[in-house]
Write a new protein. Structure first.
Length: 305
């Protein structure tokens, strides 16, 4: 059974043409799950290895196992939902994507090849900008999905609403330096994705697939504005080489602005690592959270200087 949270509606925050590109990409991914050997190669590839390890290590940050009711947003192939279904403390998983090829073809194939406990998984055709749940989820997982959001505040606010008080959102994402200027980021959007033919079967610019080059400050500002308690962990080749799982469990340590900058110690090949630069852990406060009243935009106001 598949839930349809879109129900004929159009998500105004989806970039025109992005779903079609994702359909092409997911059609290409099916061959990676043609059989158990192909799936094993995919799951052991450098970046997927990193992301799998990051999911497991999120439990050190939360101080408890992943359990209860889980939603995977922007699931794509749904490999993460399939593996989570095998964890004994997980009772139910909503595996959501906005691409029909993903939901109807790719995710079922992945569940079969990975011997997932399909009785725990409910496929959802929908978007992370309109989550049809309130105070129901213990855990939300985003594997490289948040950077496809056209409006991080809207997406994270929907996630906040859907989580139980005390629930967690996990995201592993690319992130850029706060010092990266707008012009440099815009120029990246306008460039052709050199891998676009292999991924989509045609040439495409980065901006066409809703790839966003969000800076760390943009992730954290949207997280706090959505009322989350926010724990960003940044991974960098120049980061703390003494980092370990214990350091993750400490969440925020030391003084200054960059508290948690780690060497990517759980990469598959630490000599030549492939990894996401941001592990973002967000918790909905037990009391439901509060707003600061901070204004994050100067639009409509006049400077007094």
């Amino acid at each position: 059974m598949t839930l349809n949270w879109l129900d004929g509606k159009i998500d105004p925050f989806i970039r025109p043409g992005a779903v079609e590109l994702q359909s092409s990409l997911h059609s290409q991914l099916i061959k990676n799950f043609a059989n158990e050997d192909a799936a094993a190669r995919f799951l052991s590839s450098d970046r997927v290895h990193w992301r799998r390890q990051a999911v497991l290590r999120s439990q050190h940050i939360m101080g408890k196992p992943i359990s209860g009711t889980v939603l995977e947003i922007g699931a794509g192939s749904g490999w993460c939902s399939s593996l989570l279904s095998l964890m004994p403390n997980v009772n139910k998983i909503y595996c959501m994507d906005y691409d029909p090829v993903s939901v109807n073809t790719l995710i079922p194939q992945v569940q079969t090849v990975l011997s997932a406990d399909a009785s725990k998984i409910e496929k959802v055709y929908g978007t992370f900008n309109d989550i049809k749940l309130i105070n129901e989820l213990d855990f939300i997982v985003s594997i490289g999905a948040l950077h496809h959001s056209e409006n991080l505040f809207v997406t994270l606010s929907e996630c906040f609403k859907a989580l139980k008080p005390g629930g967690w959102l996990f995201a592993t994402e690319p992130a850029y330096y706060d010092s990266e200027n707008n012009r440099a980021i815009l120029n990246r959007y306008k460039k052709e994705d050199l891998n676009s033919i292999a991924k989509y079967g045609r040439r495409a610019k980065h901006e066409e697939n809703s790839d966003h080059y969000y800076r760390l400050c943009e992730y954290t500002a949207a997280s706090y504005s959505s009322k989350f308690d926010t724990f960003p962990f940044v991974f960098d080749m120049d980061g703390n080489r003494n980092a370990d799982d214990r350091a993750l469990s400490e969440r925020k340590v030391g003084q200054g602005f960059h508290k948690n900058v780690f060497f990517p110690y759980f990469a598959k090949d630490v000599g030549n690592p492939v990894f996401d630069s941001l592990l973002l852990m967000l918790q909905k406060p037990e009391d439901g959270g509060c707003e600061t009243g901070h204004v994050l935009s100067c639009q409509g106001s006049k400077s007094q200087f």
